[in-house]
Design a protein around this ligand. Structure first.
Ligand code: GDP
Ligand code: IMO
Ligand code: MG
Length: 424
């Protein structure tokens, strides 16, 4: 079977099961490419029965015949990258031969992580509940045009004045604003140069590599991190991450043309989850929410924080699907709803604000959902691999999502491992 370039990205608030789907599909592609975010992501795969959680490495990393690309839109913490490579080398060999990284990636420096922490811990009204990985401050530096990029760490004469100026700025903030101890310039220079040497063999012109892979009649899988509702432009601002995790970020972050993105598949859970602060209209605040969280193992793969759970929100999904050229869905975790007598799906809101200028701003604070009630299914869906074998009520749930979101459900996931997948 031949595939065109395909994007797999989350349409909710992250953790939809992107890692499982990318790992499942990767052997059909020449490469998978991360294009935004950083080690705030936590993508879980089951490989040879073992659970692996990836933060920066693309979810294709265990496929020896595919390349794994990190495009220029990703923010890299050297420390996180190299400790992840070391950890994952316990599961698969040859990572550094298959991993190709853009030298244009912006680096997350220790001062970014400190600023993220201080901002979140100060008693401000605007706690976002970030992953404390320094993601927002690193992207701030990028748009302020003062970021240190991977390429800057390859040459001492180039790096020194750059870091000196940037650290002056940050140390002033760290000392005067947060009352903490300044960071040492020499130490930072040494660390960055050492990591620069280490990353050099993996650097590549990722943009041209994508072209080359396509010219060899192979395709590229673009792997999103986070989800469209956490996108800095399309999400529930300010409770979002600092990158474009929706399709608009792919071309810029991978370094290809918009028409090279190809087919765009959105990953959605059969319910919704959210980690951190921010509105979530269909949140379930009772024991049922706790039951779903427990059954679905809804604990953050990066920070270990509990994920808030809610019912599937077809209103939000339809809007995101319509405005993001989504051609199909991968519906995950339907098995988590096994055994429920009744399943709710949000079909409308009690006011029209989502269809007004408030919708453009994703202003979801004062909204109450109106639900459709669908019957649950008596026999389990867990680990089913054929659509025909799903109980009728589960098929009706899938049809309901297709009708209300106006796109086909192309893949259904019935368990965390690869085998538990239905392709339609
Ligand atoms: P990602 O960030 O989108 O890659 O998702 P995470 O890895 O953070 O969270 C998804 C969780 O659900 C992981 O623990 C997966 O192993 C698990 N998972 C993925 N698909 C399914 C599924 O269909 N059923 C069940 N029960 N678990 C799943
Ligand atoms: P994956 O790729 C779920 C959330 C954080 C916080 C907000 C901003 O595994 O789906 P940040 O550290 O990015 O500045 O935090 O975004 N967040 C995620 N939530 N899954 C993720 O990644 C997330 N990455 C960031 O919880 O609310
Ligand atoms: Mg995750």
């Amino acid at each position: 079977m031949t595939f065109s370039n395909t994007a797999i990205l989350g349409l909710q608030w992250g953790d939809e099961g992107k890692g499982k789907i990318v790992n499942y599909l990767a052997s059909n592609f020449g490469a998978a490419c991360r294009y935004q975010g950083g080690h705030n992501a936590g993508h879980t795969l089951i490989v040879d029965g073992k659970k692996i959680v990836l933060h920066l490495l693309p979810s294709s990393i265990c496929h020896k015949d595919s390349l794994s690309l990190i495009g220029k839109g990703v923010v890299i913490s050297y420390e996180a990258l190299f400790s992840e490579i070391e950890e994952i080398s316990n599961f698969t060999s040859g990572i550094t031969d298959r991993l190709k990284i853009s030298p244009a990636c912006v680096l997350i420096q220790p001062y970014h992580q400190l600023i993220d922490l201080y901002k979140e811990k100060s008693n401000s009204q605007k706690t976002i509940g970030t992953t404390l990985r320094g993601i927002g401050p690193a992207y701030e530096d990028k748009v302020a045009r003062r970021a240190i990029r991977v390429i800057d760490t390859l040459n001492e004469n180039h790096l020194k004045p750059l870091l000196e100026e940037t650290l002056d700025f940050y140390n002033f903030t760290i000392e005067k604003f947060f009352g903490k101890e300044a960071l040492s310039l020499n130490r930072l220079i040494d660390e960055n140069l050492a990591y620069g040497e280490k990353i050099k063999p993996m650097l590549a012109d990722v943009s041209m590599l994508i072209k080359k892979i396509n010219s060899e009649e192979k395709s590229v899988l673009f792997e999103g991190a986070q989800g469209a509702l956490l996108d800095v432009d399309q999400g529930t601002y300010p409770f979002v991450t600092s990158s474009n995790c929706s399709p608009s970020g792919i071309a810029a972050g991978a370094g290809c043309g918009p028409l090279d993105v190809g087919n765009i598949l959105g990953v959605v859970k059969a319910y919704v989850t959210r980690v951190g602060e921010g509105p979530m209209p269909t949140e379930i605040n009772d024991e049922l929410g706790e039951y779903i969280a427990k059954t679905g193992g809804e604990i953050g793969a990066t920070t270990g924080r509990p994920r808030r759970c809610g019912w599937f929100d077809a209103v939000l999904m339809k809007r995101i699907i319509q405005t993001n050229s989504i051609s199909g869905l991968c519906l995950t975790k339907i098995d988590v709803l096994d055994g429920l007598e009744e399943i709710k799906v949000c079909k409308a809101y009690d006011n029209e604000s989502i269809d007004s200028i408030f919708g453009e701003c994703m202003n979801l604070e004062d909204i109450n959902p109106i639900y459709d009630f669908l019957p649950g299914w008596e026999s389990p869906t867990k680990n089913i691999t054929k659509y025909e074998e799903l109980p009728n009520e589960a098929k009706d749930f899938v049809s309901y999502i297709e009708e209300n979101c106006e796109v086909p459900v192309k893949i259904i996931s019935t368990g965390p491992d690869d085998q538990s997948t239905i392709v339609r």
